[in-house]
Design a protein around this ligand. Structure first.
Ligand SMILES: [Zn+2]
Length: 229
């Protein structure tokens, strides 16, 4: 398989740790090559400083290991459900970054309280309901993915590239695994800002819809004009 995808996924996982988004081994990143029908993902439980492109795990879209001696991340099934449901995405990142996880544990969506949030996410960051007992006892990781898909029903996954899983943490995605890491970084910053905003003013409300649209669509979509051409 192409080494560049291994390099991208290795760098993404190392970046999660370097940016302080994944302490210990609480996080994983993967990428998909849809033409070849393969996913490259972090091996389970391996510290980030021991990750190398050649010890990543390659699976097919059913989760069967094609290359690699190590077991894939235990969250692989969640990543696969997201890849099947969102055909525009090329990378998925899961982290227990502190502030996003605090919101997930509080079972609260992150309201769009300012334009920093609106620049990257078109609306509040959604939170799933808790899984049912049968979903936890069954195919837990796949059912986590299904809960995310249900929660994002009717939402363009490129306009909302993150979700909070209740009592757990965030999943983020993007057209590439590098962009998914970027989203996870921005999500953590936005989650921290929102936490501090509601701490300072519990009555702070979301910004007006017109301001949300202005900031989101000047950076994303066909009429974007932010940055250099
Ligand atoms: Zn987790």
């Amino acid at each position: 398989m192409s080494d560049s995808l291994r390099d991208d996924v290795c760098r993404a996982n190392v970046d999660l740790a370097a940016r302080g988004l994944a302490r210990f081994t609480f996080g994983n990143a993967s990428a998909i090559d849809r033409e070849r029908g393969i996913v490259v993902i972090k091996p389970s439980g391996v510290p980030y400083d021991q990750l190398r492109p050649d010890n990543l795990v390659v699976t097919d879209l059913g989760g069967r290991v094609i290359e690699g001696k190590l077991r894939p991340s235990s969250d692989l099934a969640t990543h696969l459900v997201l890849y099947h449901a969102f055909d525009q995405i090329g990378g998925v990142v899961h982290t227990h970054s502190h502030y996003a996880t605090v919101w997930a544990q509080s079972q609260r969506e992150i309201p769009c309280l300012g334009t920093t949030h609106a620049d990257y996410f078109h609306g509040p960051i959604p939170v799933t309901p808790h899984l049912e007992h049968s979903e936890i006892r069954g195919e837990y990781e796949a059912n986590t993915g299904h809960a995310i898909i249900r929660r994002l029903s009717g939402v363009d996954p490129l306009r909302m590239r993150a979700v909070l899983v209740a009592g757990h943490a965030s999943f983020c995605w993007g057209p590439s695994v590098g962009e998914a890491v970027e989203t996870a970084s921005i999500l953590e910053e936005v989650a921290m800002m929102a936490y501090h905003t509601v701490t300072l003013n519990a009555a702070a409300g979301p910004i007006p819809a017109a301001l949300l649209d202005k900031h989101f669509f000047r950076k994303h979509g066909p009429d974007a004009y932010y940055g250099q051409r």
